[in-house]
Unconditional design. Structure first.
Length: 253
């Protein structure tokens, strides 16, 4: 299939899987199968780029592509590597993906920023106005800050330090899992993180994302923050949809 007007292609690079699909940009729904390939080990730029190209090939997609990375991304260059192979620091991801994809334009953006863009347009915050902060709870904590639809990229609130410990080392979903914590104990840590964030930014709404937001009814009610908090709606498609949105704005810029 070749690209049709109103469609985009997004690829979400995660620690365990790399997932991609064609996206209907009018609805935010997937317009084709969600293709998932295990993240190569080690996840070097070249190995990840080859997987990204394989996903586009399997989908038959030949147009511009959006790719998310769990890293700070400045002008297509990945600048950090908290939970990925350190060879990504200062890698020209945009150039590496473009080459692997046979020369097509590629938009590279932070994974939480992509998820935030998608939730803001099509998901949990579609009706909301003002300042929205999305936090994704996974291996680390990702963040997206969006004000009236405009993303302030690369916010990295997961690395905010409180009480001598980074937010993601207190309250990522991986911390709950690795320490066999109850929702109650884990939520004390999540509340601490959210309190720090709300006291600094005074958002109108928090969105809780990441795989653990699928079970939001078990833990969102345990949080003690003043800011309203809603679970992400798009779940495992948010990164793909946000990446496709970014590729589309690149194509139209
Ligand atoms: C990284 C962020 C990323 C988040 C979620 C953090 O460790 O620094 O860039 O968005 O993990 O993957």
């Amino acid at each position: 299939m070749t690209e049709t007007a109103g469609q985009g292609f997004g690829i979400d690079v995660g620690g365990t899987g790399i997932k991609g699909a064609i996206v209907d940009l009018a609805t935010g729904e997937l317009a084709g199968e969600r293709i998932r390939i295990e993240t190569p080990k080690p996840a070097t730029p070249e190995a990840v780029a080859a997987t990204v190209a394989e996903i586009a090939k399997q989908a038959g997609w030949t147009g511009p592509v959006g790719v998310t990375m769990p890293a700070v991304v400045l002008n297509g260059v990945t600048k950090s590597a908290a939970n990925i192979d350190e060879s990504w620091v200062n890698a020209d991801a945009g150039k590496i993906f473009t080459e692997a994809l046979g020369g097509v334009p590629v938009a590279v953006l932070n994974d939480a920023d992509a998820a935030g863009l998608a939730e803001d347009r099509f998901g949990a915050a579609a009706e909301a106005k003002g300042l929205i902060i999305m936090l994704t709870f996974g291996t680390g904590i990702g963040s997206a800050i969006i004000y009236n639809g405009v993303l302030i990229p690369n916010s990295e609130l997961g690395h905010l330090e409180m009480g001598g410990k980074e937010a993601e080392h207190r309250a990522a979903a991986s911390v709950k899992e690795n320490n066999d914590m109850s929702y109650k104990d884990w939520c004390k840590q999540v509340s601490k993180v959210l309190t720090t964030v709300e006291n600094l930014f005074w958002p109108d709404l928090f969105i809780a994302g990441g795989g653990i937001s699928k079970k939001s009814e078990k833990w969102i009610p345990l949080l003690t923050n003043r800011t309203p908090i809603v679970p992400a709606k798009l779940l495992n498609t948010a990164g793909i949809v946000g990446a496709a949105m970014a590729a589309n704005s690149l194509a139209n810029s």
